[in-house]
Ligand binder design. Structure first.
Ligand code: PEP
Ligand code: MN
Length: 365
């Protein structure tokens, strides 16, 4: 699979300050004219920001959530951009959004995670972008599917866009806890490996899902060599109309940026080019996934224990245990894992599971 991406413009060419670390911040949604102006004025007072983000059309997982103010909000954005001189970017999900946003003077666009999953939508957006020189940011699809993400980037690229940036915002997973979305760092790193010239930045807000976890995710993204961050911030996050739990208070943004350690390219190279270092980071993130899976597995074991206690069933069920051992070691063989190793691992897990179930039983006596 050879990526069809060439001649991508390096960030330094189009970021006017020559910085190689892209800083984007702003609220999840443009809520009211007053909120938009307050955001822009507060952000204008903080140096170093490249774009202010606003959700104008909000694709929501479920209906009856705030779906954005649409076109009228573009007028509020325009007025506040003229007043402050800051550049703005919005999410687009179809050709009409692209046209309306560009007509309103919006300086950059992003394609959201729920849109990237759909090649029809991405093509529709790309057709509207043909012949236009505007930076386009493509978030990863909500599913952990690298070819789908790459395909979306290729469609936008085929429309002639060369100011192209990939945004890593995590992936839907039932194992994401304590985060909202699973980071799966190996996926953006693989993308970077396939297309080294493509700037890849991170949206730690949608990965973390909780404002107290945003800084650690942001730092990890920079440690992995990502070239920028898109961070949700709101003048009064508790009152935000969408994603209230994850937005940083705007007045804390200065401190947030200040605490991040960013190694410039030169400094990064010994570490960043170090394969061992990158592999260790990947192992760290897989271990995190493993622990989350183990915790969930143990929770189900405990629930089974409670169920057995309620129905007076013996804790140890030989037939079930034999079946587990047989199927797991068989599958291990298919995956190229040593069967004895897997047997030992499962015996330890089973042993611990019985203890947990015995505790569940004892607590009912
Ligand atoms: C957003 O940026 O507010 C948003 C909806 O993000 P995502 O598409 O990553 O879910
Ligand atoms: Mn959001």
């Amino acid at each position: 699979m050879k990526p069809l991406l060439s001649d991508i413009e390096p960030l330094q060419h189009w970021l006017e300050d020559q910085s190689d670390f892209l800083r984007i911040s702003g609220p999840c949604s443009a809520e009211t004219p007053e909120q938009v102006m307050a955001v822009m004025e507060a952000l204008a007072a903080q140096p170093g920001l490249h774009y202010v983000r606003f959700g104008v059309w909000k694709p929501r997982t479920r209906p009856n959530s705030f779906e954005g103010n649409g076109k009228p909000a573009l007028g509020w954005l325009r007025a506040s951009a003229l007043k402050t001189g800051l550049k703005q970017m919005v999410e687009v999900a179809d050709a009409q959004h692209v046209e309306a946003a560009l007509e309103a003077g919006i300086e950059a666009l992003w394609i959201g995670a729920r849109t990237t999953v759909n090649p029809f939508s991405v093509q529709n957006i790309s057709d509207a972008l043909r012949g236009i020189d505007v930076p386009v940011f493509v978030k990863n699809p909500i599913s952990p599917d690298l070819p789908l993400w790459l395909g979306a980037l290729e469609r936008v690229h085929a429309a002639g866009i060369r100011k192209l940036v990939a945004v890593h915002r995590g992936f839907t997973s039932y194992d994401a806890h304590p985060y909202r979305n699973a980071a799966r760092w190996e996926i953006p790193l693989q993308l970077k490996g396939m297309v080294p010239d493509l700037p890849v930045i991170c949206d730690p807000s949608h990965i973390a899902g909780r404002r107290d976890l945003v800084p650690e995710v942001a730092q990890r993204a920079l440690d992995f060599g990502m070239q920028g961050l898109m961070v949700e911030a709101h003048p009064n996050p508790e009152e935000a109309w969408s994603d209230a739990a994850q937005q940083l208070p705007i007045h804390e943004l200065g401190e947030f940026w200040g605490r991040l350690e960013y190694r410039s390219k030169m400094e990064i190279s010994p570490e960043y080019n170090n394969r061992l270092w990158a592999l260790r980071k990947l192992i760290d993130s897989l271990d995190e996934d493993l622990l989350n899976v183990l915790a969930r597995r143990m929770e189900y074991t405990r629930e089974i224990g409670r169920h057995k206690a309620e129905h007076n069933i013996t804790l140890f069920q030989l037939e079930r245990w034999n079946e587990i051992l047989k199927t797991r070691t068989h599958r291990a063989g298919e995956l190229g894992l040593d069967a004895d190793f897997i047997r030992t691992l499962w015996m330890d897990m089973h042993q611990r599971g019985l203890v947990v179930q015995a505790e569940a039983l004892a607590s009912r006596l």
